[in-house]
Design a protein around this ligand. Structure first.
Ligand code: SF4
Ligand code: SF4
Length: 277
């Protein structure tokens, strides 16, 4: 009996160790980060002017290694992966393979370069080791701006990895702009900018729309410029300081509500899903 009890205790101890911590993710984690990475890259290319720059960098490497001897990171680590053109080529290889006609042909005719999880891990490590000081750019006879490529790489990686952080940052931005812009103007101006990013990181557009509208309304109440504060001043016959003090606690509750909507997408998506089957 004693032996059995000890065994049971041991089993329950092990089951506690194996118990997975609770966490929330925006949607089931995909097996691979390759597709989200390419979608984010495609969205950046569609809504920015990077394409001609990347085209010119793809054809301009002289392989002179001058960038290596000026890079403080490479001089400190001695790791070949810290050579500026190695890091830049990680992103340029993806661009050439997936976003140019030459890469498209190459992919069909040969077993050429393919983006893999290992390459994305490599990018995550080396793009965040570069300080973006741009010393290498001053030495490069072809004018390749490795600092710029580093920032672009980090941006695409952040789109691939951080949907929650992206929603929080967009929310703060919309609350800030909502202080002096009306909701319709915000929707017209910011939707075309944010929607491709939102889709690229796998956030449901309906969920985003709800967050957008709620934030725009919170902006109306946010001191010191929220439009509704001035309306309240007139109605309550008080000054801006009085209205601001009265509204601060309500604003805290509203911001908490925005956070809850961000963290639990089901609040926004349950009804649309029921209605659309
Ligand atoms: S920008 Fe990056 S790669 Fe270029 S010198 Fe500075 S740390 Fe090195
Ligand atoms: S200095 Fe410029 S041209 Fe020379 S290897 Fe570096 S990136 Fe290429």
């Amino acid at each position: 009996m004693d032996g059995e009890t000890a065994q049971t205790k041991e089993l329950s101890k092990n089951s506690k160790i194996e118990k997975k911590p609770f966490y929330h993710i925006e949607k089931p984690m995909s097996e691979s980060r390759v597709e989200p990475f390419l979608e984010a890259f495609a969205a950046v290319l569609k809504y920015s002017d990077y394409r001609p720059l990347l085209d010119s960098y793809c054809t301009s490497s002289a392989k002179c290694n001058r960038c290596a001897v000026t890079c403080p990171v490479f001089l400190a680590t001695g790791d070949p992966r810290d050579i500026p053109c190695y890091r830049t080529n990680l992103l340029l290889n993806v661009y050439k393979r997936y976003f140019t006609i030459g890469g498209w042909l190459n992919g069909r005719l040969t077993n050429g370069f393919e983006l893999t999880e290992e390459i994305i891990d490599d990018m995550l490590e080396v793009f965040y080791r570069c300080t973006a000081c741009r010393r290498c750019t001053r030495e490069c006879p072809m004018g390749v701006d490795h600092g710029l490529i580093t920032r672009l790489g980090r941006y695409i990686l952040s789109l691939t990895q951080e949907p929650f952080l992206i929603l929080v940052m967009i929310s703060l931005f919309l609350t800030f702009t909502g202080m002096w812009m009306n909701s319709i103007a915000q929707v017209i101006i910011f939707t075309p900018i944010f929607l491709p990013v939102i889709k690229a990181v796998g956030i449901d557009p309906i969920h985003f729309a709800i967050i957008f509208v709620v934030n725009a309304e919170v902006g109306f109440l946010t001191p010191p410029l929220g439009t509704n504060l001035f309306v309240s001043m007139e109605i309550a016959e008080t000054n801006l300081g009085g209205v601001t003090r009265a509204v601060l606690s309500l604003l805290g509750v509203l911001l908490l509500m925005v956070l809850v909507i961000i963290v639990f997408p089901e609040i926004s998506l349950w009804l649309p899903r029921v209605l659309t089957g």
